[in-house]
Design a protein around this ligand. Structure first.
Ligand code: C2E
Ligand code: MG
Ligand code: MG
Length: 724
């Protein structure tokens, strides 16, 4: 009877819809209810094991007058109990309170509920414990074999239900996953790495690439646009994946209709449970992001006027270069052009120069072209070139840049200066751009083609200059400067009527330095202002002493451009004149012709003001610059000093003789006094005297002398004069 009932019970479970649908909780409810009704038990329950934490969770429970509080409390950890069930299929206990296998359950539970026997049956799938079916009764009654049997069979049915449930869940997860993949805007692709065949690709691929799925699915990966258009990059990525590495990148691809888009991909290998190697590729259209990035880059990295890269970008790229040639191009006189013609025309000139450079870069395949300063451009040529080719290239560039540009109605001739640096040769020592800057300074000084290749000699000269610059900082304070005086002779009266103050530097290590070694540096660094002030004061102090001792000579003081245009020269001179009570007409400032022409309006005004103070102005090195007669006339110039290059050429050059005669004639017409510089021979003196040149200065008479020697020289000469 019982057996039939048990059979019926089992069938009810097996045939229940809950069981067939794999609904584990409902099947468990049914099972507990049926078991409770059919067996002499008080309470039946099912709990499930949470596999990740190895703990139990109640799924169903049933008992007559079953109340909520009657639930079997499940301990959070019950390793012994679980272990017993893992090794045996069941625990049949008829004395719950003393059974060690149940000791992990709160013993009061059994006590308060009056449960004395319990049967715990493992629910197992493939031998793995998945849950427990337990039956409880009050009597100390051993569990019969048929009871254990039916409970075990019910447990098996529950295991089956759970297995179905899990399978359903897995299946649903897969469906979910694949439909999510199909919905996704990201491309997903599976490629069999043994055959290189695309075994899966989602709909997104067609949308992004414009290629129908049937042309991709089941086809070799090499058919993809990516492989056809960027074979090198694509094959590299595939090899990486095959090596088990992650491959990722961004690339621009053209669709069959000619449209272009940016693709970002990443791919990695995975191995299936059966050991097959696949590549899982995900990719997306990142065109929008790239165009946004490009816009940002354009703003951040480009010069808005010329469209070329800017300095920041160039520097960043240059940092990555360890070889190749760096070209630096500067436009000489651009600032003046800009000031004279206005900024709009200046911009036009820059745009045209940029266009020429771009053309040059394209033809010569230079890698990077940038505008790195207001009138400075830089290029990098990464490929190696023969020296001869480089020379030719530079000459062409120089020539192209020098061609006239029509701006408005003016034909403007750009005056480029070009510097080149072999990056590999300087890389370890200095920043290539610094070297290019140095070479550029030398290029700018050249008379003919202003092209300079950076070399060791240049580097040494630069280092030397840098040392001089450092030493100059302390020279004034350490009183290392001294003025020497070179006499000026009146050719008619044969008397010495003036002295030119020439600065000398007693360098603590290098000995006596001449102005050629440091004046330019002082000028560039601005230190000339302080030095110039010192010179003016020292010369005026000396002049005052001479005047005090009735030595009637004039003092010539050299003034640099920066000092002249500083805006403070007038005040300085005025202060010196008053402090040292200098007689009018005895202080003469010398400034070179080229420097004076820098700002004609300013220079004219200042000259007039100085003339009002009784200070003369001499144009130094006359003949080497570009002054025009018109300006000479309007300047209140008191003296011209003919550059010594004409004098030294007098005996050999007919031209020099003509020029000197012309200068003398002009000075006399304009009523300007004249001094010939660098007179070294009697013949030169004779020529000058014959042509009525007023004064002469040079080694024929004396080099520049220290003050004491100069005074001695003067007295000696005076004595000589008296004897004659
Ligand atoms: P400068 O004003 O034309 O000075 C004349 C230069 O010619 C001096 O060179 C002088 O020593 C040299 N000299 C004079 N007679 C002869 C000669 O017969 N043959 C040859 N070959 N040379 C002769 P120094 O003293 O080396 O000065 C060079 C330049 O440095 C000066 O040219 C002047 O432009 C500048 N300089 C000198 N002292 C000062 C100064 O205190 N301030 C400024 N700003 N510049 C100065
Ligand atoms: Mg001078
Ligand atoms: Mg001179």
């Amino acid at each position: 009877m019982k057996t039939r009932n048990y059979q019926h019970l089992l069938e009810s479970i097996v045939n229940s819809t809950a069981k067939q649908e794999g609904d584990f909780p409902r099947t468990a409810e049914l099972a507990t209810e049926l078991l409770c009704q059919q067996l002499a038990v008080k309470h039946v329950g099912v709990s499930e094991i949470c596999t990740d934490s190895d703990t139990l969770r109640e799924v169903a429970a049933y008992g007559p007058q079953f109340k909520h509080s009657a639930h079997r409390p499940i301990p959070s950890l019950c390793p012994n109990y679980l272990q017993a069930l893992k090794s045996k299929r069941h625990i049949a206990s008829d004395d719950t309170k003393s059974d060690p296998r149940l000791a992990e359950f709160a013993s009061d539970y059994f006590k308060t509920r009056g449960i004395n026997a319990s049967l715990e049956v493992a629910i197992r799938i493939n031998g793995r414990l998945e849950g427990v079916l337990y039956l409880e009764r009050k009597d100390y009654l051993a569990w019969t074999e048929s009871e254990i049997h039916i409970a075990s069979q019910v447990a098996d049915q529950l295991a089956l239900t759970l297995a179905t449930h899990n399978a359903y869940e897995k299946d649903e997860r897969l469906t979910l996953l694949s439909s999510a993949m199909e919905q996704s805007e990201q491309i997903s692709m599976l490629v069999n790495l043994r055959t290189d065949i695309i075994e899966y690709v989602n709909q997104a691929h067609q949308e992004v690439s414009g290629t129908p799925l049937n042309k991709v699915l089941g086809k070799p990966i090499t058919r993809l646009d990516f492989f056809r258009q960027h074979p090198e990059m694509a094959n590299k990525a595939l090899s990486r994946v095959k090596e088990g590495l992650l491959a990722k990148g961004e690339t621009e691809i053209t669709r069959s209709n000619g449209e272009r888009y940016w693709l970002r991909f990443n791919a990695k290998q995975f191995i299936t449970q059966r050991g097959n190697h696949y590549a899982l590729i995900s990719a997306e259209d990142c065109s929008e992001e790239m165009s946004y990035k490009k816009d940002l880059e354009r703003l951040a990295w480009r010069c808005s006027l010329t469209g070329l890269y800017n300095r920041s970008y160039f520097n960043k790229e240059l940092d990555k270069c360890s070889e190749g040639h760096l070209f630096l191009v500067d436009l000489r006189g651009f600032k003046r052009f800009n000031d004279t013609y206005g900024h709009e025309k200046g911009d036009e000139l820059l745009i045209e120069v940029a266009r020429r450079l771009r053309h040059f870069a394209r033809v010569n395949k230079t890698d990077l072209l940038a505008r790195v300063g207001s009138d400075e451009f830089a290029m990098i040529l990464k490929s190696s070139v023969q020296e001869g080719d480089l020379d030719y290239m530079l000459k062409r560039l120089y020539h192209q840049l020098s061609l006239p540009v029509l701006i408005g109605r003016d034909n403007v001739e750009p005056k480029p200066a070009i510097a080149i640096v072999d990056i590999a040769s300087v890389e370890q020592l200095f920043a290539p751009l610094t070297c290019a800057d140095i070479a550029l300074q030398y290029a700018k000084k050249k008379q003919s083609d202003a092209i300079q290749v950076f070399n060791n000699a240049l580097l040494n000269a630069f280092k030397e200059d840098a040392q001089i610059e450092r030493d100059l900082q302390t020279a004034l304070r350490s009183r290392e400067f001294e003025l020497y005086y070179q006499p000026l002779k009146d050719l008619r009266s044969k008397n010495y009527i003036g002295a030119e103050a020439l600065i000398r530097w007693h360098h603590p290590k290098k000995g006596v330095l001449y102005p050629g070694a440091f004046i330019d540096i002082a000028e560039q660094t601005g230190m000339i202002t302080a030095i110039g002030e010192w010179v003016l004061e020292a010369a005026c102090r000396q002049l005052n002493l001479w005047q005090h001792h009735d030595v009637t000579i004039s003092m010539h003081v050299n003034v640099s451009a920066r000092q002249f245009f500083s805006g403070t020269l007038y005040d300085q001179v005025w202060e010196m004149l008053t402090r040292y009570r200098i007689k009018p007409g005895t202080l003469i400032l010398e400034i070179t012709e080229t420097e004076l022409m820098e700002d004609i309006v300013y220079a004219t005004n200042l000259c007039k003001e100085l003339a009002d103070l009784g200070v003369g102005l001499a144009i130094d090195d006359f003949g080497t610059g570009y002054s025009s007669m018109r300006y000479l006339k309007q300047f209140p110039i008191s003296k011209l000093k003919i550059d010594r290059s004409f004098i030294s050429d007098l005996s050999v050059s007919h031209e020099s003789r003509e020029i000197v005669s012309a200068i003398i004639a002009m000075a006399s017409a304009l009523n300007i006094s004249l001094t010939a510089e660098g007179v070294e021979t009697q013949e030169q003196e004779a020529f000058l005297a014959d042509h009525l040149c007023h004064q002469a200065q040079g080694f024929l008479y004396s080099p520049a002398l220290r003050e004491a020697d100069f005074s001695a020289f003067l007295s000696q000469e005076q004595a000589g004069q008296l004897i004659h």
